[in-house]
Design a protein around this ligand. Structure first.
Ligand code: LCV
Length: 257
């Protein structure tokens, strides 16, 4: 499910689960974590996360088949998607997301959790909890807020519509947008530049920025209230309907209950 290549302190991880449109499943995330651990010991100074060249779908997001039945938190701490985002945020070197094709749901959050994003001009990004009636978790919403801004995060989360790479780049959400033919060169030029700099300084600044970006106070009462509201969503008929409709390849009929 993952191809791994390391050269000149730069590691490349290629998502390789085309038959399921690179859906992010438990097994893939375990391989991802193991790969990052090996990169850590090998002193890798920059990671490029990509899909196979020419892909139409970079990743279709969380593996919907692995979402729990109604009544269980679908994005709890141990969920593969939550683990994947934490692995990226805590890896002691920059992770560059190299994007072509469409990015969906939890894969969009995963890309936004990367340190840098270089995308092909025709790539698109869609946040999909509202498409499935999934109650996104607090940390996940913070990823969107830190990567974008409140107005854009609301548009992406409420409409679930694919947003173009060019528009996101014009808003400062992506670092670079290039023609597909130049995507590899642009990405690895950035990766080589990073790998040629001081790794200690970069890894400490990455950790400092992670801590600063997550420094939000929230009272225990507010947190409990949010978790209670999320329970209403994943306990709802609509939650079961969202997953059932995907499996039956039809449009869900949400009733708000
Ligand atoms: C499992 C899949 C998936 C998939 N899981 O190909 O952000 S949250 O809260 O929503 C979070 C919970 C999350 O990330 O949820 C997932 C959100 N993702 C989506 O809503 C995208 C779902 N996928 C699609 O809309 C389409 O697959 C796209 C547009 C990505 C690609 O369409 P395309 O026609 O190229 P198919 O739909 O035919 O998919 C090929 C096979 O991959 C499976 C899909 O069920 C199909 O399986 P079968 O060949 O057995 O029919 N597949 C696709 N996405 N996320 N399985």
């Amino acid at each position: 499910m993952l191809q791994i290549h390391v050269a000149d302190h730069i590691a490349t991880l290629t998502l390789d689960r085309e038959q399921r449109r690179n859906a992010l499943c438990e097994e893939m995330v375990q391989s991802f974590a193991a790969a990052l651990e090996s990169f850590r010991t090998a002193g890798v100074r920059c990671v490029v996360l990509r899909a196979r060249p020419g892909c139409k779908v970079w990743s279709s997001g969380h593996d919907i088949e692995e979402l729990p039945a109604a009544g269980l938190d679908p994005l709890a701490w141990r969920d593969p998607l939550r683990k994947l985002v934490r692995e990226i945020e805590t890896f002691p070197a920059p992770v560059i997301a190299m994007i072509e094709g469409s990015v969906w749901g939890g894969a969009c959050e995963t890309v936004f959790a990367c340190d840098l994003i270089v995308a092909a001009r025709d790539a698109t990004f869609a946040a999909t909890p509202a498409r499935l009636n999934v109650p996104y978790n607090v940390g996940g919403l913070l990823t969107f807020l830190n990567a974008a801004n409140l107005r854009l995060a609301k548009e992406m989360l409420f409409t679930a519509a694919p947003i173009s790479a060019e528009r996101l780049c014009s808003l400062g959400i992506l670092n670079q947008v290039v023609d597909a033919a130049e995507l590899e060169e642009a990405t690895y030029t950035m990766a080589r530049r990073i790998a040629g700099n001081a790794p200690l300084s970069i890894s400490v600044m990455k950790e400092q920025l992670r801590i600063l970006a997550g420094a939000h106070t929230m009272s225990p009462e507010d947190f409990e209230r949010i978790q209670g509201l999320r329970r209403v969503v994943y306990n709802s008929q609509d939650y079961a309907e969202g997953i059932r409709a995907f499996k039956e390849k039809r449009t869900p009929e949400f009733k708000g209950e």
